[in-house]
Design a protein around this ligand. Structure first.
Ligand code: AOS
Ligand code: ZN
Ligand code: ZN
Length: 387
């Protein structure tokens, strides 16, 4: 790839940020309060707009319903536009009601299944109002004990709810199905892996695609293989980027394992799936329990950019030649050369070309925004967990 093409690709890259990253969060042990956190969906959008203002590549904000419920979603969309961003994916929530103790769409009780489906359909109504193209489905459904419920019947119930939701989608809308191997269910999860998500999506049709949350795999899983496979099948709809040391830690992407992030981005570049019109949505799904939230989002966007720049610098011809020649060490060397390149000077130049400060972290710190929101906002909202 020519140097100009690398720079163009970096400028054109788009990363979607989650509204919930700006609220207070924590673990089941403690939710920590931070000064200046948003009290309303509008304030979350305003904070997200700061991330875009300093990085230039994060103009889309993902909402979570009901955490971001407002009376007038069209108005919220206009507010986002005034801030320089737009509303993206609508994330559903069928995991926080007492009713969902035994599951949502897979619950043995048909009344609760109807309630959960009603929420999913309502979220498509919200997409109509916001102009969102993607509905993200993550189900906490599963069981804690062998024999607790019928594994196969739960798959039938899941398929039923998915097809009813699919039928409600408009022509330009998609359904993105996220998998997770455990938690909150500890014995069996109804959508535990990419294979299960993929099989349901295949049955549903073209508008159903798989979401890879990078924190949702057993340790040691080769995530880039899943990326390559789903891309080849045209079934990779989105990422939820974050990083993990142990379970679903939701730490900053690229913090725990920047090499893994590079390997993922290499498969993306290899499949020419970086372009915003490729159909792959690059989202962050993170919680900043102890670190300040807006800078953490800025840092995360920069981490994705750095991994992307390295992936773009892979000498594809040299790699293909080494692979074809069976040159194991040569091929690995081509990849490692790209990974070991310091791309920060390149990204500083790209930012300067975009009219941005080359150093987003310090530019944000200097802006005084953090001090302003700390003074103006009292009684910030929890992101939604651990209430
Ligand atoms: C849950 O573990 C999933 O990662 C979800 O994508 C997401 O974190 C959740 O919907 C936000 O609460
Ligand atoms: Zn996720
Ligand atoms: Zn998760």
């Amino acid at each position: 790839m020519t140097e100009i093409a690398v720079r163009d690709a970096l400028r054109a890259q788009r990363i979607e940020v989650p509204s919930w990253a700006y609220g207070n969060s924590g673990t089941r042990f403690k939710v920590f309060s931070q000064p200046g956190v948003p009290r309303t969906p509008e304030e979350k959008i305003a904070d997200a707009a700061q991330v875009h203002a300093f990085t230039g590549v994060a103009p889309i904000v993902s909402l979570h319903i009901p955490w971001d419920r407002v009376d007038d979603f069209a108005k919220l969309g206009s507010y986002a536009a005034e801030q320089g961003v737009r509303i993206g994916t609508i994330n559903t929530n069928v995991f926080q009601d007492d009713d969902y103790r035994l599951g949502s769409v897979t619950n043995p009780d048909p009344r609760i299944r109807r309630k959960a489906l009603g929420h999913l359909l309502e979220c498509v109504d919200i997409m109509d109002a916001t102009g969102s193209a993607d509905l993200k489905l993550w189900f906490s459904d599963g069981t804690n004990y062998p024999g607790q419920d019928d594994i196969r019947a739960r798959q039938d119930r899941l398929a039923e709810a998915l097809s009813a939701t699919y039928a409600r989608l408009g022509d330009d809308q998609r359904m993105l199905l996220e998998y997770k191997f455990f938690e909150p269910a500890f014995y069996m999860t109804d959508v535990p892996d990419w294979g299960t998500a993929y099989a349901h999506c295949i049955r549903l049709g073209e508008k159903a695609q798989v979401v890879i949350d990078t924190g949702h795999h057993a340790p040691g899983t080769n995530i880039e293989f899943i990326v390559a496979f789903l891309l080849r099948e045209g079934k990779l709809g989105a990422f939820d980027f974050n990083s993990r040391f142990y379970a679903d830690d939701d730490l900053m992407v690229g913090a725990a394992d920047p090499f893994q992030l590079f390997r993922i981005m290499h498969e993306i570049v290899r499949a020419d799936a970086l372009r915003p019109d490729s159909g792959v949505n690059f989202m962050l799904d993170q919680c900043h329990n102890i670190e300040p939230k807006i800078p953490a989002q800025i840092r995360s966007v920069m981490n994705v950019q750095e991994a992307t720049a390295k992936a773009l610098l892979v000498d594809a011809e040299a790699l293909a030649a080494a692979q074809a020649a069976g040159d194991v060490l040569g091929a690995n060397g081509v990849l490692m050369d790209a990974y070991n390149t310091d791309v920060r000077p390149l990204l500083r130049e790209v930012r300067a070309d975009m009219g941005l400060d080359p150093e987003p972290m310090t530019a944000y710190a200097r802006s005084g925004y953090a001090q302003r929101i700390a003074a103006e906002r009292v009684g910030g909202q929890q992101a939604g967990w651990g209430a």
